[in-house]
Design a protein around this ligand. Structure first.
Ligand code: FES
Ligand SMILES: [Fe+2]
Length: 421
């Protein structure tokens, strides 16, 4: 298998209905992904609500690299590299806090939280030195959409608006689930490490084929209606939204069921405060429609998975090591819904949660399986024969089809084909 990989340019390892196994296991390919994807395109970093006040900071990442997300004294979000320009030490070791400046522990250089150098001890040794060139590295492009902050380590390229494309509508729909129109990420993150390649995780997020089998036990125990969303009888669809983004659009099925809050496994009678606030904000009809449709299930390439009630932020550390940072979604102005969102998140992806543990086991076993050499290619052709274009021109498959996976690989191919920046 490795011989084939060595002999072929990466783009030849991706065909319409199959991909070569070495794409998940070859360390050289992983290194190239860092340059061509993680350090080039827009990557989700954090949410503005994680740094609500001036001088708040939280430790984040872009790919394997730690990034400090700060709100500076003027209220602007800054993304800074955690690397001292003196001799390279990390300047911040805390996960979060409030600080107007960071002091490097090695020789005590101090930096403002916009990255600029504030000062150094024994300054006589730096006579004539231009301090403005000795600040922390700043992520060249920072932009946010509805509070979701993204960074790009390359100075040029499409803007965030363009990059998000149709994913913007999913984020809009998510925000509309809040009576105040705002999502908040305020409950902290769980970190789950898996010994598997990051692309297995990306693909799985909108793979509608596996839930019926991998998650059968939790669906049974919880008497959940989710299982039937991913079956041959489901009217839900799998959609490729271009630019690497993909979704399982469950709305057709929820609309058929016509039950407000059915997507959340509950009913208006159990969340009266939330329902009243939604009706006050949007009017009874629109509120009902929003509560029937539910929240999106969308993978925003390469690392933000909005999974109805929580977000997953994917971080690749090595070719066979990935961290999933998971947090419950919270909606501004919806305290009763938020409590339940947190409870359900703990039940599904918490330390003793069922859902994520089941998926994680599959990631690790798949990665192990991929170390075997034969057959060298994986088949991703499910649903090719029944794929269609929707009214917006996006490719759509049945709920269990591999339409998203094929789109994700097509996008990957285009990113990996271009030269390293
Ligand atoms: S390495 Fe940071 S002050 Fe020397
Ligand atoms: Fe899953």
């Amino acid at each position: 298998m490795d011989d084939v990989a060595d002999a072929l340019p990466i783009e030849n390892l991706i065909r319409r209905d199959r991909v070569h196994g070495s794409l998940y296991t070859d360390p050289a390919i992983f290194e190239r992904e860092l340059g061509n994807i993680w350090y080039r395109t827009w990557v989700y970093v954090g949410h503005e609500s994680e740094v609500p006040d001036a001088n708040d900071f939280v430790m984040k990442s872009i790919g394997p690299e730690p990034i400090i997300m700060t709100r500076d004294g003027r209220g602007a979000i800054q993304l800074l590299h955690n690397r001292c320009p003196h001799r390279g030490n990390t300047v911040c070791v805390a996960d979060r806090g409030n600080a107007a400046s960071f002091t490097c522990p090695f020789h005590s250089w101090t930096f403002n939280n916009d990255g600029s150098l504030r000062g150094f001890p024994f300054p006589g040794g730096y006579q004539g030195v231009d301090r403005s060139r000795l600040g922390l590295g700043r992520v060249p492009r920072v932009a946010s959409y509805r509070g979701f902050v993204f960074g790009s380590l390359t100075a040029d390229g499409p803007d965030l608006h363009t990059h998000l494309g149709a994913a913007r509508q999913a984020i809009d729909a998510l925000c509309r689930t809040s009576p105040d129109g705002e999502v908040q990420i305020t409950t902290g993150f769980l970190k789950h490490k898996v010994r598997a390649n990051w692309k297995l995780v990306v693909e799985n997020e909108t793979d509608g084929y596996h839930p019926a089998f991998v998650h059968a036990s939790i669906f049974r125990v919880a008497q959940s209606g989710i299982g039937s969303l991913y079956s041959d009888d489901s009217s839900a669809v799998a959609r490729y939204l271009e630019d690497g983004h993909s979704e399982n659009d469950l709305r057709p099925e929820f609309r058929k069921r016509d039950e407000p809050l059915g997507w959340f496994g509950t009913s208006p009678a159990r969340l009266p405060d939330y329902v009243a606030r939604m009706e006050a904000a949007y009017g009874a009809d629109e509120a009902r429609r929003i509560m029937i449709d539910g929240t999106p299930h969308i993978m925003i390439y390469p690392n933000l998975f909005i999974a109805e009630i929580q977000i997953f932020v994917l971080q690749p550390l090595a070719v066979d090591l990935t961290v999933q940072h998971v947090s419950a979604l919270q909606f501004k102005g919806a305290p009763d819904l938020n409590r339940r969102m947190l409870q359900q998140t703990m039940g599904s992806v918490g330390p003793a949660g069922f859902l994520l543990a089941d998926d994680a086991e599959m990631y690790e076993r798949t990665h192990m399986g991929l170390r075997a050499r034969d057959p060298a290619w994986l088949y991703i052709g499910r649903g090719l024969g029944r794929e269609r274009r929707d009214e917006n021109g996006f490719r759509v498959g049945a709920a269990t089809d591999e339409t998203p996976t094929r789109g994700i690989w097509e996008h990957y191919r285009s990113l990996m084909r271009t030269a390293q920046p």
